[in-house]
Design a protein around this ligand. Structure first.
Ligand code: FAD
Ligand code: SIN
Length: 545
């Protein structure tokens, strides 16, 4: 038997965006937080470098905005950039007041007198950090704060399967989102989580690529759910590859923070020579797309398995004190960065595109909001500036909650009855291999054909292969009862479909999207977002409006 739970605000995802929204909304109503693993699992927890915010007297909003727009390669929305850089410091101060302890300056007088780090693309030191484990410290504060609020109920090990959209079930009233179907991973039951306001804060989709810095939960679920609900999805061709992930057979998704280059780390070929000065005058501190493409070029043209990040010339005591997490992890694999260069490769890191939202995090579907990495607010444009995403999650988590609370009185109440999940004739699958084979194929084809460097032939090959997999998934999905693996596979395939469609649509190279067959940036025709929606007739992505 399935059950119905009612909330005033339903939050799907418990990273920085979801928990910021939940804390703000809980002052005004009952909040349900649905999260598919156990808190604090998610990308927020693994953030290393820090959070960008205008903090020192020699910095300015204009400078942070200019750096953000410089990285974004013409596609940032200036009004969004402006509001994020201006609201950021206030949100960060609230986090410190809540208990977050950022690393302090040596002579600091209080918790606000912080040490500021530097990362690629930033013209000033403006990265607040907690040594090299910033996400862990921020999430510790947020998870503790959530636990003390009576009006918040957290449902761990519950995975949202699909949104409940009124028109799909001919429900009375306007077209709107009424909540979500949620699979309880302990009981395997699918319940209705009903709410007049739903926030998608499900993070990014790095797992669509074979190599990624992202944790296992990053399967693009929110983007796929919104897409199936008919919500526009924007700029999915702009996938950010982080230049430096640890290269070791046993090191799954371990990032070597960009701040290591900010503090003097140099990239070298296996023979010890530097190569970044040959690609960009900013050398190791060029924006990520430039550095990742240079490494990719070095590896492909010269047949290297990896390149090296060298900090052996830096002060050993400083390295021990500033990067304890990174040093400990490298040493656990037998690599001592103080004495030898670290082998590194690029890996999929950040999804710049996502669910299209306005300046308040609202989507075009009534009652549905999105925030954090699953959203496309217009902050990042064609390339995200380092350490701007924790900031985006924090600012838009709050803005979305404020907007949802302000509109509460005008929102029509939900229908008294919402349809229970209909399993049809689905049965339990006894063939896990059907899922794992498709899962592996998607991740490999995306890495090989839709990775750092693309071409028309590679994109066409990716499309051909993915279409076969989409057909398989469509059949299996309705034949078998949903499991977490099946739900995630369907979502990964939908996200891959959107990335391939968006990358094929854009006939130029810009920011993170580089196509060998159209390598120039075309300011006349393509200085615009790629916005796709699901065509209900063909179930394929098609241009919006
Ligand atoms: P997440 O923190 O990823 O949270 C998503 C949540 O949604 C998780 O709780 C997940 O379990 C849940 N979820 C997903 N699908 C479902 C579903 N179907 N049902 C229920 N729950 C679901 N950015 C910076 O600004 N600075 C940094 O220093 C930095 N370092 C990084 C280092 C690493 C290794 C990585 C991977 C990313 C880093 N980033 C950094 C990026 C940044 O961490 C993320 O973009 C940001 O934390 C995303 O926050 P979020 O709240 O949107 O999502
Ligand atoms: C890093 O520490 O290099 C990651 C920073 C980011 O992704 O913003």
């Amino acid at each position: 038997m399935s059950a119905r739970r009612d909330f005033d605000y339903l939050v799907i995802g418990s990273g920085i965006a979801g928990l910021s929204f939940a804390l703000a909304a809980a002052r005004h109503g009952r909040v349900g937080v649905v999260t598919k693993a156990r808190m604090p699992e998610g990308s927020s927890q693994y953030a290393q470098g820090g959070i960008a915010s205008v903090w020192s007297p020699d910095d300015s909003f204009a400078s942070h905005a200019a750096d953000t727009e410089g990285a974004g390669a013409g596609l940032c929305r200036p009004e969004i950039v402006d509001l994020v850089v201006r609201e950021g410091p206030e949100r960060v101060r609230e986090l410190i007041a809540l208990g977050t302890r950022f690393s302090l300056r040596p002579d600091a007088e209080d918790a606000y007198d912080v040490d500021l780090g530097l990362e690629g693309g930033h013209s000033r030191r403006r990265i607040l950090h907690a040594l090299d484990a910033t996400g862990q410290e921020m999430m510790r504060t947020l998870v503790e704060a959530i636990a003390s609020v009576r009006t918040i109920e957290v449902l761990e090990r519950h995975i949202a399967v699909d949104l409940i959209v009124s028109s799909k079930f001919a429900l009375p009233g306007p077209e709107r989102c009424c909540g979500a179907y949620v699979l309880d991973l302990e009981s395997s039951r699918i319940d209705v989580a009903a709410a007049p306001v739903t926030l998608l804060a499900t993070g990014g989709a790095g797992k669509v690529y074979l190599y990624t810095s992202n944790p296992d939960v990053a399967t693009g679920d929110g983007i796929a759910m919104a897409y199936r609900a008919g919500v526009p999805i924007a700029n999915m061709e702009f996938i950010q590859f982080h230049p430096t992930c640890l290269y070791h057979p046993r090191a799954k998704s371990f990032l070597i923070s960009e701040t290591v280059r900010g503090e003097g780390g140099l990239l070298r070929r296996p023979d010890g020579s530097r190569f970044m000065p040959e690609y960009d005058e900013r050398a190791e501190l060029a924006p990520r797309d430039v550095v990742a493409r240079a490494i990719d070029q070095e590896m492909k043209a010269r047949g290297f398995d990896n390149v090296f990040l060298d900090v052996t010339h830096c002060d050993a005591e400083f390295l021990e004190q500033r990067f304890p997490t990174i040093l400990a992890r490298c040493r656990s694999f037998g690599i001592d960065p103080v004495r030898e260069p670290i082998p590194v490769v690029p890996a999929a890191h950040y999804t710049c595109g996502g669910i299209l939202t306005d300046a308040d995090g609202a989507t075009p579907l009534l009652g549905l909001y999105a925030a954090g990495e699953s959203a496309m607010t217009g902050l990042h444009g064609a390339n995200r500036l380092a350490s701007n995403s924790l900031l985006e999650g924090l600012v838009f988590g709050h803005r979305a909650a404020d907007d949802a609370v302000a509109d509460a009185a005008e929102r029509p109440s939900l229908p008294a009855t919402l349809p229970a999940w209909n399993p049809g004739r689905a049965r339990t699958s006894d063939e896990a291999v059907l899922i794992t084979q498709n899962w592996d194929e998607i991740r490999r084809l995306m890495w090989n054909y839709v990775g750092i460097v693309r071409s028309d032939r590679r994109l066409a090959r990716a499309r051909q292969r993915l279409d076969v997999i989409l057909g398989d998934i469509h059949r299996d999905y309705w034949a078998f009862l949903p499991t977490a693996d099946l739900v995630e596979l369907r979502n990964l395939a939908a996200v891959a479909d959107l990335i391939i469609a968006s990358a094929s649509h854009r006939r130029e190279s810009r920011g993170l999207h580089f196509n060998l067959d159209c390598p120039q940036t075309d300011e006349v025709h393509w200085r615009r977002d790629t916005i796709l929606v699901r065509d209900p007739a063909t179930a394929r992505p098609t241009p919006y409006r």
